[in-house]
Design a protein around this ligand. Structure first.
Ligand code: ADP
Ligand code: TRP
Length: 327
């Protein structure tokens, strides 16, 4: 059985882009693969400097995954910081990774281009920790959104460099990106949906907030009485991910015929999202009443992940010579 690994940062509320680009795929893979999924709290430390917020976000993300249907019996689900071996391996990778490789990373270049003031070593180093997250479990597949593809490629480069210096240790992981959801558009109608653009539709928000976010979707100015182009419309773009082909056809017809305003299309989208996510929204409320159960799942997951991580680190320490052999 192939091994799959992925992580997601506890950096805020889960939105449609996160769900379609990452989480949905993660969950679909549970039945066919041996899955390791973790909450990348150490990566989130590049932006979060508030212990309470870190704790809240981490717990919320665990709740989200479980509400969406993560099955802790099938999947190893844990918190990155519970496995300090990730950080140890990241340092080892730091020592063999050329600066130039990390300087070319989009996330780093973007941060620089935006003139961010508090650029940190952690942000620069982000892909080395991510390489450690991945390689320590020797997975074959890493399902991520398009924006993370380069990071997985950097992991492959680092694996190759390590293998070259110290002998074959790490298999090369493949990024797995679903094309049709490669980039989910945000409510501003131009940028990808992202917390950093403030253009998200947050799945577990209360109904009022959800409605407000959907109503804020930017559309063109075609008046109600004129036909509209579904292909370019962000409402339709989002609707398509959740509606059946027949439902899409119906909405498409309404667009092409005159007489439907964007306000009505937004209401149709809201109803669809509430229907689609209804069971998960309900389940999350139940889980919230039993947080010790959620914490136990993470603890259990960490124990299972640790077994693999310890084994890899034992091999790595022997290969690099920080562990004496034969003693
Ligand atoms: P954000 O951009 O809101 O900060 P993250 O960077 O934390 O979101 O993304 C978490 C996961 O969700 C990543 O695997 C990423 O590729 C995926 N993802 C985020 N936004 C989108 C999007 N608009 N379309 C597709 N996938 C996305
Ligand atoms: N960088 C990823 C993101 O922002 C999260 C992440 C950290 C990750 N480590 C990983 C994803 C390892 C896949 C594999 O979405």
């Amino acid at each position: 059985m192939k091994r799959v690994l992925s992580g997601i940062q506890p950096s805020g509320k889960i939105h449609l882009g996160n769900y379609l680009g990452a989480i949905r795929q993660h969950l679909q893979m549970q039945d066919k693969f041996e899955c390791f999924y973790f909450i990348a709290d150490l990566h989130a430390l590049t932006t979060i400097r508030d212990a309470k917020l870190m704790r809240e976000n981490t717990l919320n993300l665990a709740l989200d995954y479980l509400a969406f249907g993560l099955d802790p019996k099938k999947t190893v689900f844990f918190k990155q910081s519970d496995i300090p071996e990730h950080s140890e391996l990241a340092w080892i990778f730091d020592c063999i990774t050329p600066m130039g490789l990390l300087e070319r990373a989009h996330a780093w270049k973007d941060a620089q281009a935006k003139g961010k003031k508090d650029l940190t070593v952690g942000l620069f180093n982000y892909p080395a920790l991510m390489a450690a997250d991945i390689l320590i479990y020797k997975p074959q597949l890493v399902p991520v959104g398009q924006d993370q593809k380069q990071h997985v490629e950097i992991s492959r480069d680092i694996a190759l460099t390590f293998n070259k210096h110290f002998g074959k240790t790490f298999p090369l992981p493949e990024p797995l990106i679903k094309e049709e959801v490669a980039t989910v558009r945000g409510t501003d109608g131009t940028n990808k949906m992202s917390k950093s653009y403030n253009n998200t539709i947050d799945i577990f928000s209360d109904e009022k907030t959800l409605e407000k976010q959907i109503m804020s979707i930017v559309t063109d100015s075609t008046p109600v009485e004129k036909p509209k182009d579904p292909v370019r419309c962000t409402i339709f773009h989002l609707y398509k991910y959740f509606a059946s082909p027949a439902e899409c056809k119906t909405l498409e017809k309404k667009y092409r015929a005159a007489g439907m305003g964007y306000g009505e299309a937004k209401k149709i989208l809201l109803a669809k999202l509430l229907e689609y996510f209804g069971p998960s929204r309900k389940k999350r409320i139940e889980l919230q009443k039993n947080l010790s159960y959620v914490n136990d799942i993470l603890k259990n997951g960490a124990n299972r992940a640790k077994e693999v991580a310890i084994k890899t680190m034992d091999e790595v320490r022997r290969k690099i010579g920080t562990r004496q052999t034969g003693i």
